[in-house]
Design a protein around this ligand. Structure first.
Ligand code: RIB
Ligand code: CA
Length: 324
């Protein structure tokens, strides 16, 4: 079966990095490129971190394109408090020189999406996608499937009482994407906090990964230690929520999450800016523009994530059921 082509639009970022690792270890897909957007890290740092991950994965053949350095309207607010001053958990991995691309991310998306059938897995704020809509809506509408880690249906926000960071960081971009999808009778897969909060990398799961593959385990430990500390301090969680890998896993295997179709609009103003308003009861009688995921099969996810990152056959993960 031919590989499905994907562009990973991200803001690495600790969990973005884990998501990239999963994608690169998944034979069903061909990662055409990594496009960087301002978010967790400023784009220059995101570019640097993407190179560090691709170097670890021995995949520096994959092009990285630098995207929008700031949201389309709102003042840029990074999330380095969560991801560390280097955006990679203060692992301070050695810089990887070179690999600058003359083309910017939006130009790359515009060219690539019109050339061949390709999906986009969006793991950061939607600024690059919004600029693509503004520049060439046909290119945006050529996206085969659009999966977004972002938003929240009933789960509380992670950077305001009601908003998830990716949509809060650039609410105008998210609003334009969802409106464009609605206006064109299309669909976006919203992998929000309702499902990602169920995916907690615990010390035991991390140690299991380390036992199965010490090299991978050490790398994951190095980039997640800071994230573990952050989660204990802010949410008294022992472990860390790894949001982005779930969006990749869902793209690979739709059984990983389940949900419902609904009209969704993103609030752009005031105290609720960035909130994904999910009309699950169809009050507004509007056509669904989103598949909202609200249930996750954690065992299915962890089987995929751990087996693929460590290179262990799923049927050899004999203790996984006991530790998730
Ligand atoms: O709210 C979580 C999301 O925001 C994740 O994608 C994380 O990497 C940050 O981008
Ligand atoms: Ca992200």
């Amino acid at each position: 079966m031919s590989k499905k082509k994907v562009i990973i639009d991200c803001d690495p970022g600790i969990d973005d990095s884990l998501a990239i690792m999963l994608a690169l270890k998944s034979p069903e897909i061909e990662v055409m490129a990594i496009t960087i957007v301002c978010g967790n890290s400023p784009v220059s740092m995101g570019f640097s971190n993407a190179k560090k991950v691709l170097k670890f994965m021995n995949r520096l053949d994959i092009p990285i394109y630098i995207g929008e350095p700031s949201p389309i309207k709102k003042k840029y607010v990074n999330a380095l408090d969560t991801h560390g001053e280097d955006g990679l958990g203060e692992s301070f991995l050695p810089e990887v020189d070179g690999f600058e691309n003359s083309m910017d991310a939006v130009s790359y998306m515009q060219e690539a999406l019109k050339k061949e059938k390709c999906s986009v897995i969006a793991l950061g704020p939607m600024t690059n996608l919004a600029r693509l809509i503004e520049r060439d809506i046909d290119a945006f509408l050529s996206i085969d499937e659009l999966v977004s880690m972002g938003g929240s249906f009933k789960s509380h926000g992670n950077c305001s009482p009601v908003a998830e960071y990716n949509y809060w960081c650039d609410p105008d971009a998210a609003a334009l994407v969802y409106k464009t999808v609605y206006d064109n009778h299309s669909l976006i897969h919203m992998v929000g906090l309702d499902v990602t909060r169920k995916i907690v990398l615990t010390p035991t799961l991390l140690e299991y990964m380390n036992r199965l593959n010490p090299e991978v385990g050490d790398f994951v430990k190095r980039i997640t230690k800071f994230y573990f500390d952050f989660h204990w301090e802010w949410e008294h969680i022992i472990g860390c929520v790894i949001n982005d890998p779930l969006a990749v896993a869902y793209y690979l295997d739709r059984e990983v999450c389940s949900g419902f179709s609904s009209f969704v609009q993103i609030e752009t103003l005031g105290i609720s800016e960035g909130q994904s308003v999910v009309d699950s009861m169809n009050f507004y009688k509007k056509e669904a523009n989103a598949k909202v995921l609200n249930e996750a099969d954690c065992e299915r996810f962890w089987t995929m994530f751990i087996s693929r990152l460590t290179g262990t056959s799923p049927d050899k993960l004999d203790i996984l059921k006991e530790i998730i």
